[in-house]
Design a protein around this ligand. Structure first.
Ligand SMILES: [Zn+2]
Ligand SMILES: [Zn+2]
Length: 251
């Protein structure tokens, strides 16, 4: 069993790290190299990135992968031994549950992250838990998985905890993991990819994108959200210049 666990861990570590390299590298290639000129006017930050910043972010992300792979190994071990509430038959709880369960997990994740993120900005906590992520004042796709190890643990326990709390189809779990990766990469892109006036669209105004999260890295005490803007709007922590900056970048 020990050999099987070690093998599972090594495979997961490789999958998690190469997922990061391929997704972040793909976004970087597309928006900064292949279509770099086309998206130049959509760049959000006016400052330059620090020297060797990408190298540091990739190194931090490797250590994030080391920690996430531990969570993944525990999850797979528990699943195989029937200790989680992951189910195989998509019809077991009906189609409505299948679709709604994914949305509910996203809303719980948003709430979990928003409040923990505000706690991580407490100066005493910040130095130990969240400083490395903010080393990147100007973000890039490489920033998306660059965290201090304690923050990585806080993030890595979320999905394994959810599959103990509520029934989730394994397809929903996989879809959530893909959505989390894509959303984190888009939010750190430093290039606004959503259309003009999306910040005023009935759906778009509730979604976080690159401009919204870039302002978190530059202003530091605004825009704490992960996927959605509702907690920032309700708690008055949304950046006062968000709409103005969004309009400038997309004009
Ligand atoms: Zn932060
Ligand atoms: Zn960030």
């Amino acid at each position: 069993m020990i050999v099987e666990l070690i093998l599972t861990y090594i495979i997961l570590l490789a999958l998690i790290f190469f997922r990061y390299i391929i997704v972040s590298g793909g976004f970087y290639l597309l928006f900064f190299v292949i279509k770099g000129d086309h998206f130049k006017t959509r760049r959000i930050s006016t400052k330059l990135r620090k020297p060797h910043q990408a190298r540091k972010e990739i190194w931090n992300s490797f250590w994030s992968s080391v920690i996430f792979a531990i969570g993944g190994t525990v999850l797979i071990y528990m699943w195989k031994n029937g200790h989680t509430r992951i189910y195989d038959d998509p019809m077991e709880y009906g189609v409505a549950y299948l679709l709604l369960s994914g949305l509910v997990v996203l809303l719980i994740h948003e709430t979990y992250y928003y409040w923990i993120h505000r706690w991580m900005h407490n100066p005493k906590v910040y130095k130990l838990v969240h400083r490395m992520h903010h080393d990147s004042i100007v973000t890039s796709p490489w920033t998306s998985f660059s965290f201090d190890p304690p923050e990585t643990v806080i993030q890595a326990i979320f999905v394994p905890a959810m599959v103990f709390l509520m029934p989730l189809h394994y397809g929903v779990v996989m879809t959530l993991l893909i959505l989390m990766t894509i959303s984190a990469t888009i939010n750190h892109l430093d290039v606004e990819i959503f259309p003009r006036n999306f910040n005023r669209h009935p759906i778009g105004r509730w979604l976080i994108g690159a401009t919204h999260h870039s302002l978190h890295h530059s202003e530091f005490v605004t825009n704490y959200g992960l996927y959605f803007t509702f907690w920032d709007k309700w708690m008055g922590t949304e950046s006062k210049v968000f709409d103005k900056r969004y309009d400038e970048v997309t004009s």
